[in-house]
Design a protein around this ligand. Structure first.
Ligand code: G6P
Length: 613
């Protein structure tokens, strides 16, 4: 959601900023702009729509910059027009600002600034920042920023420059992420790591309340009171190549195919088959707290929430611990019964989702032990957690989450097995058996993905479908939800996920030959029940696409209608079947979206990291 890039150093700032913004496109945006200073002149260029439009305008009338900043805006206050696009400037045209977040008291501030004589030209909340800094400016941009921010209520990641303070950027954070890339005699600022990976792997992660100043050779961070704070750079191990498409048509397709690797990397080094133990030393001080756990609360949003539902199943089944799952956005507005003895596990790809973070803080303040399952080292979530279990999916660029999801499932499986051993619900032998099966999963994922062409072919007959129903039971019910979400997100086709047993309580009324019913079957104790549900759909003229382990003749006999299909998956233990059943559903969504001509990697209205409530 909104992308920020800033640059100070020896290169021309314009291409550095544009390239960075391009790499942040996945965050979601609807207008873009840059501001740079060249030979004492501050110039802005902005445009509505995608970055290509800004790039064409810059190609037609080039700008050069000794230093500067840029932004992709996801509209909250005011339509996505050129006028509302960032950077915004003060009355004097000396100061520009780019901002991600929401200034909650902007109307109140604007009223006062207008009384003081400031002229506003946009409908955005951000513009107040430029005028606030202008009115506080007495020769130091950093001090003016601090003074202005003291009057602001809300969340922000922002970068400012002043035309008359050469080669200097001031950045501040309260909520949305902001990282500083450290180069040789140059510094970069960005909302997210992938924007800068081609320049550096050394990053300083700003924290809430930080105000940083960068010049080509210096970097200082102070808090809002002006007291210096230490933020040592951290080396990020992500490979820049992982943030490229690598020959695939879309990031999403590449990331779908990266899943066996991501699952393997997330498993690697975290268990001992000989001892039948999961080794989670990285949880640090949280490891001891797990012993006392009487309950687990899983908190997340979107796809990560679906991983939480699978996690609940695994934790209850393997560790005999009651587990509850809640949306970040709901948890904080109810009266959750959480206290000491509760382990609060926040699950998030980005570690920056505002609702998940808020729920996590709420659980923490009520005495829960906060543990993060997260894909981004150094993210806000991992910093707030007492212990973190990192997923090693690598950068996920496609807005629709795929490899982060299956890596989250690996982390949850490890956590559930670990809890099972700690609590004695699993013997070392039982744990070993599960681990051996789990270790084979990446290989089975490869086998499942090798049938991608069949799915592409199947989607030929699905181009006219306007609704889909996804059914699953037990541990595959969350996968039905996830399959439906994937389709909605990227193809804009309506889809619902349902527990198959609930179909007769409502959705069955929808069934006719125009509604594809996607039924998830696994080698488990509810397989027969799924067959009954499929029969119920068939009896009403439904067209069924079953995802099922190979060698199920009974299913073949059932699904012989013209629109019916069976997507075969390799057989695996029921407990780990979600790793496999989700794969055809991701591919199905991808190909349906592609045939509909959708922007698969950047679906409309969606953002990769939702940093506002
Ligand atoms: C956004 C993304 C989803 C993602 C959700 C949670 O809505 O579009 O793909 O599942 O945020 O994100 P997180 O980073 O917390 O997992």
């Amino acid at each position: 959601m909104c992308g920020i890039v800033g640059y100070v150093g020896g290169q021309d700032a314009v291409p550095v900023i544009l390239d960075g913004l391009k790499r942040l496109e996945y965050r979601g945006y609807d207008s873009a702009g840059v501001a740079v200073v060249n030979q004492g002149s501050l110039q802005r260029r902005r445009s509505a729509g995608k970055l290509d439009r800004l790039a064409s305008s810059l190609a037609a009338e080039p700008l050069r910059g000794e230093w500067g900043l840029g932004h992709t805006r996801w509209a909250t206050h005011g339509r996505p027009t050129e006028e509302n696009a960032h950077p915004h400037q003060d009355c004097g045209g000396h100061i520009v600002v780019v901002h991600n977040g929401i200034i909650e008291n902007h109307l109140e501030l604007k009223e006062r600034l207008v009384e003081e004589g400031h002229r506003f030209v946009t409908q955005t909340d951000t513009e107040v920042l430029a005028h606030l800094v202008e009115s506080a400016y007495r020769g130091s941009l950093e001090e003016a920023a601090r003074e202005a921010l003291a009057r602001v209520r809300g969340v922000y990641a922002l970068v400012l420059l002043h035309r008359d303070e050469p080669q200097r950027l001031v950045a501040a954070r309260m909520g949305p992420p902001l990282v500083i890339g450290v180069g040789e005699s140059e510094h970069f600022i960005a909302s997210d790591i992938p924007a800068l990976l081609r320049h550096t792997r050394d990053f300083v992660f700003l924290e809430d309340g930080d105000v940083a100043t960068v010049t080509p050779t210096a970097l200082s961070v102070r808090n809002l009171e002006g007291v210096e704070v230490t933020r040592p750079p951290q080396r990020v191990t992500w490979d820049p190549v992982q943030a490229e498409k690598g020959g695939y048509r879309h990031f999403m397709l590449k990331e779908i195919h990266e899943q066996p690797r991501a699952a393997r990397d997330t498993l690697l080094g975290r268990f001992s088959v000989e001892d039948g133990e999961v080794l989670l030393d990285e949880l640090g001080p949280a490891a001891a707290g797990l012993r006392e756990a009487s309950r687990v609360m899983l908190l997340a949003c979107g796809t990560s929430w679906h991983a939480g539902l699978v996690g609940k199943f695994l934790i209850e089944h393997l560790a005999g611990l009651p587990a509850e799952v809640d949306y970040g956005s709901e948890f904080r507005y109810r009266t959750p019964l959480v206290g000491p003895g509760t382990v609060a596990v926040a699950i998030s790809q980005s570690g920056e989702t505002a609702d998940t973070l808020a729920a996590f803080r709420e659980a923490k303040s009520r005495g829960a032990l906060p543990i993060a399952i997260c894909n981004v080292r150094g993210s806000m979530l991992t910093r707030e957690a007492v212990g973190s279990l990192l997923t090693h999916a690598g950068p996920e660029i496609g807005v629709a989450s795929t490899k982060a999801f299956t890596s989250q499932l690996v982390a949850l499986a490890l956590l559930a097995l670990h809890l099972g051993r700690l609590r004695g619900t699993l013997s070392p032998d039982q744990c070993r058996e599960h681990l051996v099966a789990l270790a084979r999963i990446p290989h089975l994922m490869e086998q499942a993905l090798s049938r991608a062409d069949e799915i592409e072919e199947l989607t030929r007959s699905l181009t006219h479908a306007t609704d889909f129903l996804y059914l699953g039971r037990g541990i595959n019910y969350p996968i039905a939800l996830e399959g439906a979400l994937k389709l909605k997100e990227i193809s804009y086709v309506h889809a619902e996920g349902y527990p198959a047993g609930e179909m007769k309580h409502g959705p069955i009324a929808l069934i006719d030959d125009a509604l594809p019913v996607v039924a998830l079957c696994a080698d488990d104790h509810v397989y027969e029940k799924m067959l009954s549900n499929i029969q119920e759909a068939k009896a009403r003229g439904g067209r069924v696409i079953a995802v099922a382990p190979s060698g199920n003749g009974d299913l073949r006999g059932l699904l012989d209608g013209p629109g019916d299909a069976i997507l075969e998956i390799p057989s695996c233990p029921a407990l780990w079947s979600p790793f496999i059943t989700v794969l055809p559903l991701q591919l199905l969504a991808y190909h349906v979206a592609l045939r509909a001509g959708r922007d698969v990697d950047q679906p409309r209205n969606l953002a990769k990291s939702v940093t506002v409530e």
